[in-house]
Design a protein around this ligand. Structure first.
Ligand SMILES: Nc1nc2c(c(=O)[nH]1)N[C@H]1C(S)=C(S)[C@@H](COP(=O)(O)O)O[C@H]1N2
Ligand SMILES: [Mo]
Length: 241
């Protein structure tokens, strides 16, 4: 695990804030689960958010850990799910699950790498290329970035327009060759293959084309905005693409 990763310590509060307010720098954020649980206990109320991935190990999750920065997330299905595309576009849109399923699907198999250190080999993701939805919306020339919002009501992410248009960035409907379940961010999550998994926003509900990159939830708390696996966040993992 990486000492620069706030998500690994049972709190969505950033490292610097954490150190500053609690003065626990001497603990050094050792990755041992026992010590992490200890840190969680120290944090009291915030531990209820449980983004640690330690208490949240998914049964039969195939190595994935469950992360959410909110304590509960509404469930959405084919009737209630909507994905809106708006901002600096000529044709704003709202997609149902059926609309998304009717578009050409791309399947990719790459490793998944979380910035806290865990990695899951060869995981299939399948969905609609984000570039297709952007092209359908007609991105205006003043645009430079894309902002993602989630129906958990809290998590956000962003990409530059150039990153967003990559062929290995999907609006994913399937993961591990199954429809994406609620715990993995279903029915629809973002999948940004070449970047640390925090970029792959779960419970995706909004795509807003903006002028400039607005740092996402974890990026406001210390993670790198350009999150290339192996070339960011002070890590040297094997690239995933
Ligand atoms: N909405 C939302 N998306 C999110 C997160 C989150 O807490 N909320 N956590 C991110 C992080 S840090 C990781 S590692 C992955 C975890 O995905 P999983 O729960 O399917 O393993 O989701 C990413 N996307
Ligand atoms: Mo992560």
């Amino acid at each position: 695990m990486n000492s620069t990763s706030p998500e690994g310590r049972g709190t969505p509060v950033g490292r610097r804030i954490f150190l500053g307010t609690l003065g626990l720098g001497a603990l050094g954020f050792i990755a041992a689960p026992g010590l992490q649980r200890g840190t969680e206990a120290l944090l009291g109320g915030t531990a209820g958010l449980d983004p640690t991935g330690l208490t949240g190990l998914l049964p039969n999750g195939g190595g994935f850990r469950y992360y959410s920065v909110t304590s509960s997330v509404p469930h959405k299905d084919a009737e209630t799910y909507r994905l809106t595309v708006d901002g600096l576009v000529d044709r704003p849109a709202s997609y149902t699950l059926a609309n998304l399923r009717a578009l050409p699907q791309t399947r990719m198999v790459r490793d998944v790498q979380c910035v806290t250190g865990w990695r899951v080999p060869g995981t299939p993701f399948e969905g609609v290329r984000l570039s297709r939805l952007l092209d359908a919306a007609g991105v205006r020339s003043s645009a430079g970035a894309v902002r993602f919002t989630c129906f958990d009501g809290t998590y956000t992410e962003s990409l530059t327009l150039e990153q967003a248009r990559r062929a290995d960035v999907l609006v994913a409907l399937r993961m591990q060759d199954k429809d994406i379940g609620h715990s993995h961010g279903g029915p629809v999550r973002l999948y940004v293959a070449p970047m640390y998994f925090y970029k792959s926003a779960k419970w995706l509900s909004g795509i807003t084309v903006t002028e400039d990159v607005e740092p996402g939830f974890w990026e406001e708390r210390g993670y790198d905005v350009d999150a290339w696996v192996g070339r960011s966040n002070g890590r040297d993992d094997e690239p995933t693409t």
